[in-house]
Design a protein. Sequence first.
Length: 151
Amino acid sequence: MRRKFLKVLLNSFSILIIYPYTLIYAATKKIINKNLTEEQKEILFNEGTEKPFTSALLQENRKGFYHCANCGNKLFSSEAKFDSGTGWPSFSEALPGAFKTKIDYAFGMKRTEYHCAKCGAHHGHVFNDGPSETGKRFCNNGLCLIFKPST
Ligand SMILES: [Zn+2]
């Protein structure tokens, strides 16, 4: 009985700590691009994940920059893109200041979520198993990105 009470108490505390943070984070998110599809909104604002191997950007090999589909913020250079074999567009590094991160525990895993520093929209997760010298693998939903080739 006492143990159960302690457990409930601890859970209440974690909600007190996590909930305000979630509210603050939610307040930074805003839809800027009015032409986003329902699928894009689900990923960008509800931290959804697109089906692997569905993004046309997997085959994109031109030089240029990848921008946030919501606000247009410049996020990645084509120089950092690589084929990770995971089925999602992958990058070894982001442009400076492009993203902010938070730790998420969805699916019982501790992962580092990242979102656009300008509009707060979710883009993907970053892992420490990248093949290049940065050691990073930014695993990005293709639907969150707009590619603009260099001219
Ligand atoms: Zn953005």
